[in-house]
Each structure stands twice: as C-alpha cells, then as structure tokens.
Write a protein that binds this ligand. Sequence first.
Ligand SMILES: [Zn+2]
Length: 322
Amino acid sequence: MLISRRTTMTALLGTAAAATLQASAHAAAPISGQQAPSFYRSKVGDIEITAISDGYATFPKIDGFVRNATPDAVQAALAEGFVPTDKVQIPFTTLVVNTGGKLILIDSGNGDLAAPTSGIWMKNFRAAGFTPEEVDMVVISHFHGDHINGLRLKDGTAVFPKAEIKVPEPEFTFWMSDDNLAKAPEGLKGNFNVARRVFAPMAKDVTLYAWEKEVAPGIVAHAAPGHTPGHTIFSINSGKASFMAVSDITNVPVLFVRNPDWAVMFDQDPDTARASRHRVLDMVSADKMQVGFYHANFPATGFITKDGGRYNLVPAPWKLPV
Ligand SMILES: [Zn+2]
C-alpha cells in the first residue's frame, strides 16, 4: 500500500483522538529548565575530590576583556569553543578535598555576594552531602571576591565556624597593607575592600602559608603569581597519584588555554601571569597530570595537551562507577 502524507496524517489524528481520552490522567511533561545539583567526584589515590559549582557570571562586553587581542579575534576563539560570542560566561568551581581524616575546601565561591546566575554554592555543597560545620580547613588561592566572598555572608557571619582559614602569605601581605591601598590605582581599590571585608574581622586568626610546602595533608601550595601577587595553585597527592588545582592560571580555557599569551583584564601583572601560565601548562601537559580549573565549564577537570605554542583542555572521562 502506498502511504500518502494524507493517510499518515489521518492515522496520527486517530492516535491523537485516542490520547485525548486519557488526557485527564496524563498531563504534558513540563519543561524543567533545571540541572541536577552540580557536584562531581574524582579520586586521587585515597583522596576524594568533590568539585562544587557556584554557577557562572556573565561579562557583558567582549571589548576590553582581553588586553592584547582584538574583539574579532576573541569572538573567533569563543566560536571555536561553541560558547556565546557576544559576551563571556565565566563559570566558578571550588574543590572539596576529603583526605579521609580532614575535610578541606580550596576557595569558597561567591557566597551571598553573587551574580544572579551564581550564589548556588551552598545548595550544591549540601547536596553533595557536606555541611559547613564539618569543614576543618579552607585554603584560599588568592583574594579576588569570587574565591573568598563565600567565607563571610553579607551580614558578617562567618560561614565555616570550625574551619582554620589558610591564605598565601604574599597575598595577605599585599592586600592588607594600608600603604598599598593608599597608592593603588582607582580600579584596584575595590579589591582591597573585598579582601578587608572578609579578612579584617578574622585577621588575627588566619594562618599564613608559604609556597612549595604542604599546606594541608596531601596538599602542596605552589607559586603561580601574576594574576595577583600571591596567586597560588595546589597539587593534591596520594601515593603515586596527583592532581593539580590550577586556580586562575587561566580565566576561561576556551580563550586562554588556547591562547596562552593573551592577558585577561583581571591579571594584575600580565607578564608575570603569562610566564606562570606557560610554566604550569607545560608542566601538567608533560606530566599528563589531571587538572582542575576554577573558571572552566563544570566539572572543570581534564588534561592539558600541548599544540605548538598553544594548549588544549581535554575533558576528563566521566568517572565510573556512577
Ligand atoms: Zn577567579
């Protein structure tokens, strides 16, 4: 039998009529518009790492986002990464490191000082099975608001009541200096205030840590200055396994892993940041080390391969069992 479009339509309408009889029992499925809570586990030897998403913020202008590239070149790079080309979306991902004996956070997210598409850190943290009271230690990579505002609510409440707060010594010294604040350019003064809002009330209680030393069990702090004076990355080590939390060694990888000589507007000392970026990306690609980025798309973990003077971020395979 030749099936015409018309016979097909009639058949479909018949099915539709039958379906109508059950309409009172079956509503159409609503569009969800939601993801599941965004947390993701990785294993490094005996250590469990949980990536916790704090959503993202949108930088609305391409112009000026990269100091040394034209808007056209930036848009072409965004298109190559299949992300919107008329703005830059910057995701936030913190890490919870469970050593078996201690529960340690690396950076705290935006807290309640967040963009409308952010501020979901606590919900995701709790969904991953954690509570703020059980955090033993928070280790901070640098003093930009998206990394430290989660330590203290707008109303002043400390979020992790029992945690030791550990910060890079050069970062604390730079941002808490009244001299540095007095001579800072206007554009940088806001960041001094962010650091003071969070740390001034607890200044006598924070622990300053040094580079190239263990900052927590299994976690070594490494120098990666340039983005800020005390910007720090962390290797997480257990047995023969290690993982590198590369903090803000790049802003979004689609722009700055692919174009490591580009300077994002947030890099305080672009030349030093560029040198740190090349050194770290060279090392993790040579060592085939799994990395975690603060500003990559969730779950923000993968491997770096070298491609001439550029690099690629290859997402880590999804861990089984689920
Ligand atoms: Zn950042």
